[in-house]
Design a protein around this ligand. Sequence first.
Ligand SMILES: [Zn+2]
Ligand SMILES: [Zn+2]
Length: 437
Amino acid sequence: MLAQGSFRIVERDAQLQSTVLATILFAMTLDQRIDAAAAKVESKVIDCRRDIHQHPELGNRETRTSKLVADKLRSLGIEVRTPIAHTGVVGLLKGGKPGRVVALRADMDALPVTEQVDVPFKSTVRTTYNGQEVGVMHACGHDAHVAILLGVAEVLAGMREEIPGTVVFLFQPAEEGAPEGEEGGAYLMVKEGALDNPKVDAVFGLHVTSRYAVGEIAYKPSSMMAAVDSFKIKVHGKQTHGAYPWLGVDPIVIASQIVLGLQTIPSRQVDSSIAPSIVTVGAIHGGVRNNIIPDEVEMIGTIRSLDAHMREEIHARIKRTAVDIASSGGGKADVEITTGYPITYNDPALTESIAPTLKRVSNGSAQVVNAVLGAEDFSFYQQKVPGVFFWVGTRPKDQTAEQAASNHSPKFFVDESGLLLGVRALAHVAVDYLTAK
Ligand SMILES: [Zn+2]
Ligand SMILES: [Zn+2]
């Protein structure tokens, strides 16, 4: 009897405790619950980032990372669709109430870079890339992106009943580009229906960077990162002796004029007050010997633009410049332009609607910054649905931006105390978007 009675007291105590807990949780706003849950997953996010950092995989080869992501999502009771776009994973978290559909994105691929950062979880992985033996490193911080988004998934899964709508988690391969001859990345995710069924209404993503310190967020409405396109120009001349150039057509001199001519496109031919642009010749090949004028010269380069109309203008002017300069010298130029990633374009209205959230989670540090001429394949999602991309600082606070190694450097370092802000930012942005009237 006595034993039974004390059992009952214990039972009642437990009931009371859970009632108290439920009351506290109920009294906490969704905002406070997100922050509490984010703080709770922080150490898991850091552990996960280290695990992925130590096991980096190149684009379209992220099999281990992909399995880790799918297993974690399933353990949280999140519906998983995989494989998509080779090694991609899409997670679907249906909230307890009806509402819109918001997607959050993380990229999973590493780079052919040999790590020079001295951390206990340093990558020693080596592989073959384009026929060359290379080291593999998460030198762009995509390991942090995966860990952050899994953290967000855990936070939001813990409060799914309160979420009005659906959260789609996009874990995509190959942001840095697919291997030669393969499709990949955000382009393929979109093509294979990552934003359909359920139809996504808005997409958000972040990138860690050493340009900004821990605790800082930066973004820009409209064009934030450039479109990237590449070109190949073949200049055809007529081979002859180096001592008798008048007997042939010198493609090296023509190519040299074209290199200079191309530089006048950004500086003299397009309206640089609208947006900056870049045309870079990255390689030039021609000739075999000092006294032979060759038949042909080939050059390749990259084009960066921040304005869709200007992008087309630049393409047309590159063709005109090369073809007309070649013909003025009696030669011929063939120009091939291959379009790459579109402009990373932050929908202005959507950016404005989430700006207060970014300000709030970063204690007022979130700032509007200049666009950069780097590119991001997040832009393919933004071509389909309105989206916002933003920077999250992971530079140690005692370093200046100039001292810190940039993304893609073998010395790129992520200060992990900045990851929590990434988790909070994406979780709050998603919930604020879904609960907005
Ligand atoms: Zn990168
Ligand atoms: Zn990146």
